[in-house]
Ligand binder design. Structure first.
Ligand SMILES: *Cc1c(COP(=O)(O)O)cnc(C)c1O
Length: 372
């Protein structure tokens, strides 16, 4: 097997889940495993979570295909699909017993028609998405009451849940998220006052789980926090989390270069003195962004070394100076040794991004190695 690997620590995943569970109790937990569990491997992640006594009550994914994959792997919990049903094969929702997200009258019309067409003999279980300010998916909060009311009296449907999504729950002052929460609360109250049953009410993503305890309702939807990262560097650390993914490799070659010699395409690194260059089989095709050029680092033999020269498709180079670095020595690109740590946030600070993008972009050709 390839020596460049993503090591997935499933006991950290379980610890993160249990810490979230404790923090939000008695709210239920819908574990968000979209995008191959943020690059960690959806099936393995779900298998690990389902070993727990207090396993997630629900799972959520972005796409219908992801939900089908879960069902084909014998996942029993209810599965919510966040995507709009607009461009989907609706029969698949019935066939695999998946929960569609609905938020337009067309969604309702097409689902009803599909129910007839495919002779689906149960009520269609749906979650209704309410847009309280994200302006992405969902029915506007001002129109939501009438919409939900109409579905509640439609015999084809059961409302299993209603939900909204925060735009800013992970910023220092989440005042906009608080406004969204207020809008959502008003709707929830109006539905209660009118005895309209809504099933499970849910809103909190990781940022809100950490920053907004009054947004838990009946269920929360953690994603990034399961994988051990805070959604931003502005969230309080009121929840203990452990990164689940590390990236390791081995030194593939070591060569001496002279003062003035350059490394890699475009000659973007020039040696100021004689030094040694170690190359590692990991490049932008593996998810090491080219933006890391001359900025990344690696831990080799418990020491930190700087990445030098342009990041290439399959390979990166490190300036190891005069240290005793040999071919086959272990390399840590993301993770920690006894003395040092390279965290996802170190990558993010170079790349001006968030940990979500880092772990999602570790590509398929990097084998995931699981241990518990
Ligand atoms: C991705 C997603 C989540 C999880 O968000 P995190 O910030 O990763 O916790 C929750 N809800 C919806 C609708 C999402 O799309």
């Amino acid at each position: 097997m390839r020596c460049s690997q993503a090591i997935i620590n499933l006991s950290n995943l379980k610890k993160n889940f249990s810490n979230i569970r404790k923090k939000v109790y008695p709210a239920k937990v819908m574990a968000v495993v979209k995008a191959d569990a943020y690059g960690h491997g959806m099936i393995k992640v779900v298998e690990a979570l389902n070993q727990l006594d207090d396993k997630p009550e629900y799972y959520a994914v972005a796409l219908l295909d992801e939900a089908i994959e879960l069902r084909k792997n014998k996942v029993k919990q209810p599965i919510l699909v966040f995507d709009s049903v607009a461009n989907s094969d609706l029969q698949e929702y019935f066939k695999f017993n998946l929960i569609p997200t609905v938020f337009t009258n067309e969604d309702i019309k097409y689902l009803s028609e599909a129910k007839k067409k495919y002779a689906y003999n149960k009520k269609i279980c749906v979650h209704i998405k309410v847009d309280t300010g994200m302006n992405r998916l969902g029915i506007n909060y001002n129109e939501a009451f009438e919409f939900i009311k109409s579905i509640s009296v439609n015999d084809d449907f059961i409302i299993d849940g209603i939900y909204t999504h925060f735009a800013t729950s992970d910023v220092y002052n989440c005042s906009f998220a608080k406004l969204q929460l207020k809008r959502f609360n008003q709707l929830v109250q109006q539905l209660k006052d009118n005895n309209i049953s809504t099933g499970l009410i849910h809103a909190a993503n990781s940022g809100a789980i950490i920053n907004m305890p009054d947004s838990y309702f009946d269920m929360v939807r953690p994603g990034i926090s399961l994988y051990g990262y805070y959604p931003s560097q502005f969230t309080s650390e009121s929840l203990k989390l452990y990164p689940v993914m590390s990236i390791v490799s081995k030194v593939a070659s070591v060569k001496r270069i002279k003062k003035g010699d350059t490394v890699s395409y475009g000659r973007k690194f020039k040696a100021k003195q004689p030094t040694k260059i170690a190359s590692v089989s990991f490049g932008y095709a593996d998810g090491y962004p080219r933006g890391m050029t001359n900025k990344g680092s690696a831990i080799i033999n418990n020491k930190i070394f700087k990445q030098v020269g342009v990041v290439t498709m399959d390979r990166i180079m490190f300036d190891v100076g005069n240290e005793k670095v040999k071919v086959r020595d272990d390399v840590i690109l993301l993770g920690k040794s006894k003395k040092h740590e390279i965290s996802g946030w170190d990558w993010c600070n170079i790349l001006n991004t968030i940990p979500y993008e880092i772990t999602c972009n570790i590509s398929k050709r990097v084998p995931r190695i699981y241990f518990d």
